[in-house]
Ligand binder design. Structure first.
Ligand SMILES: Cc1ncc(C[n+]2csc(CCOP(=O)(O)OP(=O)(O)O)c2C)c(N)n1
Ligand code: SF4
Ligand SMILES: [Mg+2]
Length: 333
């Protein structure tokens, strides 16, 4: 499948706005015009064809999304959009105030999520979503700050930030889409790539042992840790609500297909075949030992909520210490 939508926008490129306008034209105009003519047709100034007002919100989750940025960039069958669907429903259910919500992403296909969210959203540099998010939250503790990014972004280049944010129990929520590869750059191997998997950089099958993400997050100090797949939307959504309401570092791994690169190279079939594999091999076990959560290629997928504990957050401790120091100084005057 070509990824020509990643080409830079040039003059001849149909931007989201143009496509949206085209979709609003009466269908008989579209069929009569053909693509090239239609593009010309869209060029003229106002008044030459009816400019209708955008349709009112039609779907309950649309207010959370930047409609004007659609169509999105994800390939057919990609799981990222499903994860976003669960996320926006979780935001609704958690009754979060969009004016007090910030979504931060790094770089990658998943990293594009922030750009589609209608709230204060930040598409940051590769691997740096977490330090950006922590700075944001320290600067404005009234915000709910969510990091939504990919396995490569959060665990490869950003791995250091992940373990330290978890160690501190920073009051952040992290949703990590794990498709076992660097999707955006052509399906290279990363730290979650399964042993033996073929990727563009491991044509004979990888030999590295991958990270077990729930075990990594929990060992580093995360106080809420869960794993679900994009097939199991009810559980994923409910867990997202819990993670959003959790005080402290919450980490949810979302196992998701990248049919275009990882799926194709490993002969996993179409996206729907991967989802079928999830259905047939998924075991819900909240009490599973963290060390049993390795994900072998074609093997069992243990999902569940593995950690849900309370511990003072970094922000609370820091704030408490500052108040303590200030009171001591005042008392000495
Ligand atoms: C500093 C830097 N190094 C490398 C890249 C190239 N790069 C862009 S996205 C990406 C990997 C993204 O993988 P992941 O986070 O798993 O996202 P996915 O595309 O799979 O959703 C890489 C290596 C970059 N943009 N910046
Ligand atoms: S993760 Fe894979 S399937 Fe999804 S948009 Fe990126 S390349 Fe396409
Ligand atoms: Mg990835």
């Amino acid at each position: 499948m070509g990824r020509d939508y990643e080409e830079p926008l040039d003059e001849g490129h149909w931007g989201a706005e143009t496509v949206e306008n085209a979709l609003r034209l009466p269908p008989e105009w579209v069929s009569a015009a053909g693509i090239d003519d239609l593009e010309e047709l869209l060029e003229p100034g106002p008044g030459e064809f009816p400019q209708e007002a955008p349709p009112p919100w039609e779907h309950p989750v649309e207010p959370w999304l930047r409609r004007e940025r659609l169509p999105h960039i994800w390939c057919p069958g990609c799981g990222i959009g499903i994860a976003v669907g669960a996320f926006v429903r979780a935001l609704e259910e958690a009754e979060l105030d969009p004016d007090r919500l910030a979504v931060v992403s790094g770089i990658g296909c998943t990293g594009r999520v922030a750009g589609y969210m209608r709230c204060d959203s930040f598409h940051t540099t590769h691997g740096r979503a977490l330090p950006f998010a922590l700075g944001l939250h320290l600067g404005n503790p009234a915000l709910k700050v969510v990091v939504f990014s990919g396995d490569g972004d959060l665990v490869a280049i950003g791995g250091n930030h992940l373990i330290h944010a978890a160690r501190r129990n920073a009051d952040l929520t992290v949703f990590c889409v794990n498709n076992f590869t660097y999707g955006m750059t052509g399906g290279q191997a990363g730290p979650t790539t399964q042993e033996g998997a073929r990727t563009s950089t491991t044509p004979y099958g990888g030999v590295e042992r991958p990270f077990n993400l729930p075990a990594l997050a929990a060992a580093a100090g995360a106080t809420y840790v869960a794993r679900w797949t994009v097939l199991d939307l009810g559980r994923l959504r409910r867990s997202m609500v819990e993670a959003l309401r959790h005080s402290g570092f919450s980490f949810v791994e979302i196992v998701s297909p990248c049919p275009v690169y990882y799926g194709r190279k490993n002969r996993l079939g179409e996206a729907v075949d991967e989802l079928r594999h999830y259905q047939e091999n998924m075991v819900v076990d909240n009490l599973a030992s963290l060390t049993a959560l390795d994900l072998a290629l074609g093997g069992q997928i243990i999902v569940g909520k593995f950690v849900d504990i309370e511990r003072p957050t970094y922000e609370e401790l820091l704030h408490g210490r500052l108040v303590e120091r200030a009171s001591e100084r005042l008392a000495r005057r």
